[in-house]
Design a protein around this ligand. Sequence first.
Ligand SMILES: [Zn+2]
Length: 98
Amino acid sequence: MPVLSDMKFPKEINTFCPHCKKHTLHTVSIYKKGRERASSWGARRQAGRKRGYGGQKYPELIRTAKTTKKATLRLKCKECNKEIMREGLRLRKAEIVE
Ligand SMILES: [Zn+2]
């Protein structure tokens, strides 16, 4: 997987759509993680682990070794309006340009 510093992406690209089975114009946006549910099973389990004496069960991450984050592109087909995701690239900064 390539490690690059900054990368600019065009607003629209012509690429293969697996639903239309041909190359179509796609609008490009960068994937962002949604808000986590407060009472999901993982959150409830973690809350149970943290209860009582000796709460935190594993060390909290203070300094991360990584200096980049994976930027996943969301491509929306202009013909069928379905979205596909591109495999994440490690980038310091991902931008959408004109
Ligand atoms: Zn399509």
